[in-house]
Write a protein that binds this ligand. Structure first.
Ligand SMILES: [Zn+2]
Length: 453
């Protein structure tokens, strides 16, 4: 018999009482534990039956789950060990730390999304969550996950965050005599002019097979143009293709501009269009049809001022080890952190490793952060592309922490890009080394990027 509280929705009030089949899948997702009774409610989604099993001799009372939480929101492990059997404790820890945000609610565990029938209820929640973080992080994530070369992503990032040394940007800080556009010689060289509204750039954009080009008299910004491209799928156009083409165009414009300024190169628009078409044909074959491993399969350092944190988990028989390796733009390791988890669940382990990476980045005060994991499920869940009740607490932690950074993005990396974290997790697990690992204590061969050790 389920206890029904006033805070539960009418939907659950009506069906929980009536339909016993719900017992197979309905479980409360604890967020603050204030409305969930320890011994009466099903509240441990990772435990068969969802209701905790007491240790022998323990009397069950009417307390709420909130009594099992510490002041900082984490589980009171000694209390858990005192009340429940080992299996129960492990299942509770597997679910991660409750977010403390909002009230406990029902989830349907037989669907990985936790939805029973009422999709709209979930959508409402997802929208609420989206409002808390600005639009930009999602777009940055989309950029980092897009199918273009790493060089392109970095160039886009520089363009979109106004970090390229175009003349008008330099002119604001230093006295520069000539701030005119090196391509056309007419406009002032701003980011928007150079890449979008310059006559020369316009010729290059117009060479695209889709007949789309930026119209700039309305003061278009670079983000608007990127968003426009990403929205083209609603018109039945393959966005990956257009974005790859656009990436090659901006790359060509930037090289051309530098060639003219630094090497006094001569402007040849037709030659540029040729170069764009050839690059597009080559890269399209290499990147887009089936994403072959040789382009995605190599770890790349982050841009300057960024820190990339690769994370992974090593799964043992009754415990796991998560590892985070933080590296800078030169690819140098700046920090290694490992931790033991006293439960076994690969998916939760991958999610916990991402949380550990975020924790580490917060601790060390990194501002521009890329977190890489080889779990597509975890990355998609953090980026709001899918939902998974089993890792909800971990995902919430990552999502709610990201506004603490100037920029924080979560990226899927193929296993071959994640060997360093993989190797460290393995090594730490075998040697039982947990915590902040001195970098020089780690065998150098583990820190390679290209093989399993
Ligand atoms: Zn120009």
């Amino acid at each position: 018999m389920y206890m029904v509280l006033d805070s539960d929705s009418w939907f659950w009030k009506n069906v929980v009482k009536a339909i016993s089949i719900l017992k197979k899948g309905a479980c409360k997702a604890v967020t603050n534990g204030r409305t969930t009774k320890i011994w009466r409610d099903p509240w441990i989604p990772h435990l068969k039956g969802f209701i905790p099993k007491p240790r022998i001799g323990i009397s069950t009372n009417d307390n709420f789950v909130v009594d099992l939480l510490l002041e900082d929101g984490g589980w009171d492990i000694s209390k858990l060990n005192g009340l429940f059997d080992r299996e129960t404790v492990s299942a509770i820890l597997k679910g991660g730390t409750p977010t403390g945000m909002g009230n406990d609610r029902w989830v349907w565990t037989l669907e990985k999304s936790g939805l029973f029938t009422c999709k709209s209820a979930y959508l409402t929640q997802a929208l609420d969550r989206a409002q808390q973080c600005a639009v930009a992080p999602a777009l940055w994530n989309k950029l980092w996950n897009s199918k273009v070369l790493e060089r392109h992503k970095i160039l886009w990032w520089c363009i979109l965050s106004n970090a390229l040394p175009v003349r008008s940007v330099i002119g604001r800080r230093f006295h520069v005599q000539d701030t005119s556009c090196p391509l056309c010689g007419i406009g002032e060289e701003t980011m928007e002019h150079l890449f979008l509204s310059c006559d020369v750039s316009m010729h290059l954009w117009r060479s695209s097979p889709w007949g789309i080009y930026p119209i700039c008299n309305a003061g278009i910004r670079a983000w608007d143009w990127v968003k426009f491209i990403w929205n083209l799928n609603s018109r039945g156009i393959r966005v990956d293709e257009v974005f790859l083409y656009a990436s090659i165009v901006v790359d060509t414009i930037w090289r051309l501009r530098n060639d003219i300024i630094h090497n006094s190169a001569r402007l040849d628009v037709l030659k540029c269009i040729d170069v764009i078409c050839i690059s597009y044909a080559e890269l399209h074959d290499a990147i887009l049809p089936s994403s072959p491993p040789h382009l995605e399969g190599i770890w790349k350092p982050p841009p300057q001022d960024w820190i990339k944190l690769n994370c992974d988990v090593r799964v043992g028989l009754d415990s796991m080890c998560i590892a985070v390796v933080a590296r800078n733009h030169q690819g140098s390791v700046v920090r290694i952190h490992t931790a033991q988890l006293n439960f076994v669940d690969p998916l939760c382990g991958e999610a916990a490793a991402c949380c550990s990476a975020v924790d580490l980045a917060l601790l060390l005060g990194f501002k521009y952060v890329l977190v890489e994991s080889d779990s597509r499920i975890v990355i998609n869940a953090i980026n709001g592309m899918e939902s998974h009740w089993a890792i909800e607490n971990y995902v919430s932690f990552c999502v709610k922490s990201s506004p603490s950074f100037s920029c924080c993005n979560f990226i899927y990396a193929s296993r071959t890009c994640n060997f360093t974290a993989h190797n460290v997790a393995n090594w730490a697990f075998i040697n039982k080394l947990y915590g902040n690992i001195p970098i020089n204590s780690v065998p150098v061969n583990l820190l390679c990027n290209d093989q399993q050790v």
